[in-house]
Design a protein around this ligand. Structure first.
Ligand code: CA
Length: 578
């Protein structure tokens, strides 16, 4: 399964002709009896033909939030690029490397093409990861200055990218002056944290202690004794957090936030997550922020079941949450050749969230990296990207995923420096010594090696992102499962009314090639006699015959050819609706 055997092709869709406007000879014969509920075209009186596109509902105008069609990149500043040789990534380093992410020129194909960044914490912190903040209004000195952050926002925006930052409101660092003052009984800060004279009989998952001793008293810190939980139910704390959020948007130019540990904000006795008070607090935070700064994204980490995570969006507590169940199911589908389980989860997700209400991803900074989860198999890694970037949720790519960066826990090893070259000792990341050793496999998992190789994982990511950005069906369209002739084949239709376009995604999730694959749809939104255009393929053949649309807008068994192990095929169908 060497990469040169894969045929990778990206065809520009420039000559799509609406099939309904084309002449009759290309019209396929009707499959059977006409559906009496389906209007038939007066121009094409064949009773059993496909629905006429002119009779379909008019497109609904788009009025979505700015993030609805974006592709996000989760970026760990410490590990992205170092500008000054101290071995630590910094904001100036990110600015210098922005063209890798998006060069701002839609006509080039040698940038990744992401359209938004999520920066892991960039506020001052004593830890390498930054999730324990000591100053919410100042950039971590290792990373630069507030001026550097503003410069980054401006440079990113010039390339069409917005920047969202991690905001850690559940807890601060134990070294934050607020906590020091609170521990000393300073009347201003005494009740900014949760204190008890006796240790409450409450513990976290697996009996983990959550109440910690300090000078004969006890404070609550859910994750770690070095991260005391702020009492966000205190009005003074809420006012300060509101002001901090406004500062990042109004003064520094952030486009919104990823709220760390959003489900843990307010406890109720032994109930430590998803309390009614947490929902209510987030609803207030979001509405106050967006009243002042319309369009500020409030994305939250709710590491919980879809039924729980989606409630935050349905009830207006958050704009988006990450769906962890879908993420693990996408990877499982590729690992175990199991499209059926993925279809069940996609259905649950699509019925649980409002439109554009969740963020899709494969893994993040808290999880083993995709490439290792998938057994360091490049075809499987490519396919996981296909599932992610052809799925309706707003996609997030964890930095390095596009290169097949390896990494298993501990956490430092899943957050290693991005190798820009294979050249020791700095790997293009730094002129000095990287703060953390690079991951194994650097001889191939680096930008320089992959950037000009059309068969590389990086090239595949670039193609998928470009397609998603160019085709609203892939970003905002409905997802309709198709029936594939083989149980190991994943097949879906993404549709979009505003462009009269559908995209069919077919993936062989197994390790074995399959021949003569067909995909079908009983009833669907298709019309006319669409011409297929292969958008992207790692399959053996690009020769796809026009599909036969049924009288009920579905697909007759449509042959899409042979699919090698973990091969993907993306095909556009232009319905020609007026
Ligand atoms: Ca540096």
């Amino acid at each position: 399964m060497t990469s040169h055997r894969w045929l990778t092709a990206l065809l520009v869709v420039s000559l799509l002709v609406g099939a309904c406007a084309s002449s009759a000879p290309t019209e396929p014969p009707g499959p059977g009896t006409a559906d009496p509920t389906t209007p038939t075209s007066t121009a094409e009186p064949t009773p059993a033909g496909p629905p006429a596109c002119a009779d379909r509902p008019a497109p609904t105008p788009a009025g979505e939030a700015w993030w609805h069609d974006r592709v996000f990149y989760e970026l760990f500043v410490r590990s992205f690029a170092d500008s000054d040789g101290d071995g630590i990534g910094d904001l100036r380093g990110v600015i210098e490397r922005l063209d890798y992410l998006n060069d701002g020129d839609p006509s080039t194909a040698d940038d990744l093409g992401v359209t938004a960044l999520w920066l892991m914490p960039v506020a001052a912190s004593p830890s390498y990861h930054g999730y324990d903040v000591t100053d919410y209004r100042t950039i971590e000195p290792d990373y630069g200055t507030n001026q550097d952050f503003k410069a980054l926002v401006a440079a990113a925006r010039a390339r069409g990218m917005e920047i969202v930052v991690d905001l850690v409101m559940n807890h601060s660092s134990i070294e934050h002056p607020w906590f020091t003052a609170s521990a000393m009984g300073d009347p201003t800060y005494a009740d900014w944290y949760l204190w008890a004279d006796e240790r409450p009989a409450v513990s976290g998952p697996a009996g983990r202690p959550v109440w910690h001793e300090r000078d004969g008293r006890f404070y609550y810190g859910y994750f770690w004794e070095g991260m005391p939980d702020l009492d966000v139910s205190n009005a003074a704390v809420t006012a300060e957090l509101d002001a901090i959020a406004r500062f990042w948007v109004d003064e520094l130019g952030a486009a919104g936030f990823r709220l760390d540990a959003a489900r843990h904000l307010i406890e109720d006795g032994s109930k430590l997550e998803n309390t009614p008070a947490t929902f209510e607090w987030l609803q207030g935070f979001r509405s106050r922020l967006q009243a002042a700064d319309p369009g500020a994204l409030v994305l939250g980490e709710v590491w919980d079941a879809t039924s729980v995570a989606s409630r935050y969006v349905r009830e207006g507590a958050l704009d988006l949450t990450f769906d962890f169940g879908l993420a693990s199911q996408m990877l499982s589908a590729v690992r175990f050749g199991d499209p059926a389980s993925l279809a069940i989860v996609q259905e649950e997700v699509s019925t649980s969230y409002p439109a554009d209400g969740y963020a899709a991803f494969l893994t993040n900074h808290d999880q083993d990296r995709v490439f290792d989860v998938l057994g360091q198999d490049i075809a499987a890694a490519r396919q996981a990207a296909t599932l992610l970037l052809s799925n309706p949720g707003i996609p997030f790519i964890y930095y390095g995923e596009e290169l097949g960066l390896r990494g298993r826990k501990p956490d430092e090893r899943i957050r290693t420096p991005l190798p820009w070259t294979a050249q020791e000792p700095g790997f293009g990341f730094t002129t000095g010594k990287p703060w953390q050793a690079v991951a194994g496999g650097v001889e191939t998992a680096n930008v320089a090696t992959q950037t000009d190789d059309p068969a590389s994982l990086l090239s595949w990511y670039r193609s998928l992102i470009a397609l998603r950005t160019a085709h609203p069906a892939l970003s905002g369209g409905q997802l309709i499962p198709l029936q594939a002739s083989d149980p190991g084949v994943y097949a879906v239709l993404r549709t979009d009314d505003s462009t009269n376009e559908a995209v069919v995604v077919v993936s062989n999730l197994t390790d074995e090639p399959v021949a003569d694959v067909t995909v079908s749809l009983a009833d669907g939104p298709l019309c006319g006699s669409p011409d297929p255009t292969v958008l992207l393929s790692s399959a053996a053949s690009l020769d796809v015959t026009p599909p036969l649309v049924t009288a009920s807008g579905g697909l007759e068994a449509w042959p899409v050819g042979a699919l090698g192990a973990h091969a993907d095929l993306l095909i556009a169908l232009r319905s020609g609706r007026p």
